[in-house]
Design a protein. Sequence first.
Length: 99
Amino acid sequence: MHVTLVHVHVKPEHVDAFIKATRANHEASVQEPGNLRFDVLQSQDDPTRFVLYEAYRSAEDAARHKETAHYLAWRETVAEWMAEPRQGVPYEGLFPRST
């Protein structure tokens, strides 16, 4: 299982719009072949900070995600709303095992 934790810091005035755009990306992403999870988390301590938990069966499935129309639209839409560049940190998912 290929997991990426994407850390996002959004400018305060764009938090609501970011959530709306990210929800649309989430809803399309969970329909992708190979997607196991696509969670959107917002910090309780700082509502401008988010983590996207993206789990795919393989690195190839995760790479295909970055070619989808919904991802490309999300990336373009939210780019100017970032307080700093987003950071994706890859992990190998051990448990639960993907089937």
